[in-house]
Design a protein around this ligand. Structure first.
Ligand SMILES: [Zn+2]
Ligand SMILES: [Zn+2]
Ligand SMILES: [Zn+2]
Length: 146
């Protein structure tokens, strides 16, 4: 499903050498967006065998620094990574099960919200996370339907 050729090109264009761990991390996050470093590490080991946790963290950091990955840090949750970096999208998160869904920005460009006063700052980003309860958790909360 994910296109290795495209991943090779993305790495090279970002100035990173193509390595097996880098390809594996990008592939996993392409197929499982918003994953934690733990999840990615497990996936990398499934496809490559023994790879150190430090290696995976180094890949995540390098790819984030070069704009190939975006980090999201929802309150009370481990850091998540995704490959969808080229737009200013937001996230909808279930408070109960932690499911994360991409929400397209209505405005499209960052920052999509303006504060009342900018305090002299040049503001370039507003982080928006919508919190709620997903349909499954709402059903579970409502109890068994008789
Ligand atoms: Zn839920
Ligand atoms: Zn996302
Ligand atoms: Zn927005």
């Amino acid at each position: 499903m994910s296109d290795r050729h495209m991943l090779h090109r993305q790495l090279r264009e970002a100035g990173l050498r193509v390595t097996a761990p880098r390809l594996a991390v990008l592939e996993i996050l392409h197929e499982h967006p918003h994953s934690t470093a733990d999840f990615v590490t497990t996936g990398v080991r499934e496809s490559l065998g023994a790879v150190s946790t430090q290696t995976v963290y180094d890949v995540l950091r390098a790819c984030t620094d070069r704009g190939l990955l975006r980090r999201i840090e929802p309150a009370g949750s481990p850091v998540r990574y995704e490959t969808r970096t080229s737009d200013n999208h937001h996230h909808l998160i279930c408070r109960m099960c932690g499911e994360i869904i991409d929400i397209d920005c209505v405005v499209g460009e960052a920052p999509c919200l303006s504060p009342d006063r900018d305090h002299g700052y040049r503001i370039d980003e507003a982080e928006v996370i919508f919190w709620g309860a997903c349909p499954d958790c709402r059903r579970a909360q409502a109890g068994p339907v008789s």
